[in-house]
Design a protein around this ligand. Structure first.
Ligand SMILES: [Zn+2]
Length: 227
């Protein structure tokens, strides 16, 4: 895994297809640091934290969860500090926890080969809900660095949170532009709504879970091609 510096205060990691590990974001405020997504497992998260330590960056006090999917949220049990997600994301996580059984854990591991690989060697599945929830939007001040969280329309899931850094015009979107797992079919009306949103926003860079970063026009062009 690699850590890339995007702007003065923002970093993000590489993503990996084999174990379906998404890019993780990092924002350094003057008061505290914030991560975007926790990762697939404790192993994924610890690799991320090792990269931060190597760069002498403080571990995040707060971790924002972009949507409930395992590869973004299941490392939440071992994060430094606390986690934050929208209410819908937490409902999905609580449902998953409520429905756990050896049979359902087996079904989860068999959803996709990348999950089986992440959990190979008998790694335990540990799922916890977020510590803090919000309804529609929330602003965090990490110390001269504002982070605006808001619920966004998405053809991927109905619990997408976007994290916008207005000073640096960077937007973290998780997997929100994808279609539905595992068919990847995207509702075109929702994609059109997203294009409109991106067109209206002041954006330099957009960072998603499983892609290279985009500039504003690059993302809009990419989405228009899918229609
Ligand atoms: Zn996802």
């Amino acid at each position: 895994m690699e850590l890339y510096r995007l702007t003065e205060r923002i970093w993000y990691t590489s993503y990996e297809e084999e174990r379906d590990r998404p890019a993780l974001g990092y924002i350094k405020g003057d008061k505290f640091s914030v991560a975007v997504d926790a990762g697939h497992s404790d192993a994924h998260l610890n690799e991320f934290y090792d990269l931060l330590r190597k760069e002498n960056l403080p571990l995040p006090s707060l971790t924002i969860i972009t949507h409930w999917h395992w590869d973004h949220s299941f490392a939440m049990h071992c994060i430094n500090g606390i986690s934050i997600a929208n209410e819908k994301t937490n409902e999905y996580l609580k449902d998953f926890i409520r429905n756990r059984s050896s049979e359902n854990d087996w079904k989860f591991l068999n959803l996709d080969p990348s999950i089986m690989l992440e959990y190979s060697g008998g790694r335990e599945i540990k799922v916890v809900p977020a510590d803090v929830t919000f309804k529609d939007k929330l602003t965090i001040d990490a110390g001269n660095e504002k982070i605006e969280l808001f619920r966004a329309v998405s053809p991927h899931t109905d619990d997408a949170t976007f994290a916008y850094l207005p000073e640096e015009k960077v937007l973290f979107i998780g997997d929100a532009i994808s279609g539905v797992f595992p068919t990847w079919i995207a509702d075109k009306d929702k994609t059109r709504e997203q294009i409109k949103l991106f067109e209206e926003m002041d954006l330099n860079w957009i960072v998603g879970g499983h892609w290279e970063k985009w500039d504003k026009q690059g993302l809009i062009d990419h989405l228009k091609e899918t229609l």
